[in-house]
Design a protein around this ligand. Sequence first.
Ligand SMILES: [Zn+2]
Length: 139
Amino acid sequence: MFENIGGKIKGYAKAVFVIEALGSLAGAVAIAVGIGGFGGFMMFLISLAIFIIISYLSVMFLYAYGELVENSAKINKNTEELVRKINMVAETQGVRPVVVQNPPPVNRHILSGPWRCKNCDTQNSDSDRFCKSCGASRD
Ligand SMILES: [Zn+2]
């Protein structure tokens, strides 16, 4: 349901634009008929242009947002693919694999002093980032 949400947002923006453009046409025709004659025709062109521009501006940001969501999903997928490929090479070379992590929490620096491993309850010193007994991460 929420797969390819960026593409769906773009599709929705396009649909809204089409509906608004049709509304603009109807509105411009109504104005033209109301005025009549050559003046009515001129007002038809002017109002249609203005309505279409307003419609475009109203959906432009929504469309751009859809594009942004779609592109970030692509970047995310490419990054995962890249890490997978690097790790395949790392494995054949016996190198430590790349681990994609979330950035460390802001309060990281506040943590100081000895700490107890969540995994095996070993006491570790402040300088240890990983448990000296089981290798689990401090965070
Ligand atoms: Zn441990």
